[in-house]
Design a protein around this ligand. Structure first.
Ligand code: PEP
Length: 259
């Protein structure tokens, strides 16, 4: 987290958890607990809870996001939700291409690219997730996988279109497993992502690009991860559902040279 250009972002992904009452209670705790946090804070709530959480977060700096979207603006797409609808309910952000969506719902890079375009067109801040599986890491294919996900996912934009984009590096083997990437592994991947983005769309964009780490982030490991020069924040699953853990993660201890 070494650049003055990049405001840290701590984001919670609630996945398919929480009732409306639980969502409201957690959102209130996040809102109250975010005061004095060193960076930005966001929560990605289930579609069903977006309107009630938007009401809780109204007027607070905590951002609200959806966990997915569909690329068409409207029409006969039963079960899908458009970027415009997500904006309308009060979201500023959306996740795109979480590994669970890539794996369980067969989300290809082509679909990811369409979702990114839809999110940007609607004025949402997209958090594009990339990351390798354990087999890919063991086969020394991590960089190749990241490169393809970035090249295909980010295809066809002008660098200025991409200004709002956030990328989340989420090694699949670390998500929900309790196995966190070491700070060195995270830094190596983040640096590769930043260099690849510079090659694709130029330094001006990539040097300000926020790259979050996701994969079993906890109150105990957040500080060392955030101390890495290219780690600009965290995307937190399991620990974001536990109020005290998430509050501690939001208040990570910035390294001495931090912005
Ligand atoms: C996630 O869902 O994006 C995630 C990183 O989950 P966890 O923190 O539980 O590994």
């Amino acid at each position: 987290m070494s650049s003055n250009l990049r405001k840290p972002l701590i984001a919670g992904n609630w996945k398919m958890h929480l009732t409306l009452a639980e969502s409201v209670a957690l959102a209130k705790a996040v809102k109250e607990g975010s005061s004095g946090a060193p960076g930005e804070v966001a929560v990605f709530a289930p579609f069903t809870a977006l309107s009630v959480v938007a009401e809780v977060l109204k007027g607070s700096p905590v951002k609200l996001g959806a966990q997915d979207l569909y690329w068409e603006t409207h029409g006969a797409y039963t079960g899908e939700v458009s970027a415009g609808q997500i904006k309308d309910v009060g979201c500023q952000m959306t996740l795109i291409a979480h590994s669970e969506r890539r794996k369980l719902f067969h989300e290809t890079d082509e679909k990811v690219n369409k979702k990114l375009k839809a999110a940007l067109t609607a004025g949402l801040i997209p958090v594009l997730c990339v990351g390798e599986t354990l087999e890919e890491r063991e086969a020394q294919r991590t960089f190749k996988v990241l490169q393809t996900q970035l090249e295909e996912g980010l295809k066809g934009f002008a660098p200025t279109d991409l200004a709002p984009v956030v990328i989340a590096y989420e090694p699949v083997w670390a998500i929900g497993t309790g196995k966190t990437a070491t700070p060195d592994q995270a830094e190596e991947a983040h640096l590769f992502i930043r260099k690849t983005c510079a090659r694709l769309y130029g330094e001006a964009w990539s040097s300000g690009l926020r790259i979050l780490y996701g994969g079993s982030v906890t109150a105990d490991n957040v500080d060392t991860l955030m101390a890495q020069p290219n780690v600009d924040g965290a995307l937190v699953g399991g620990a974001s559902l536990k109020k005290d853990a998430f509050l501690r993660i939001m208040h990570f201890k910035a390294p001495a040279n931090a912005k």
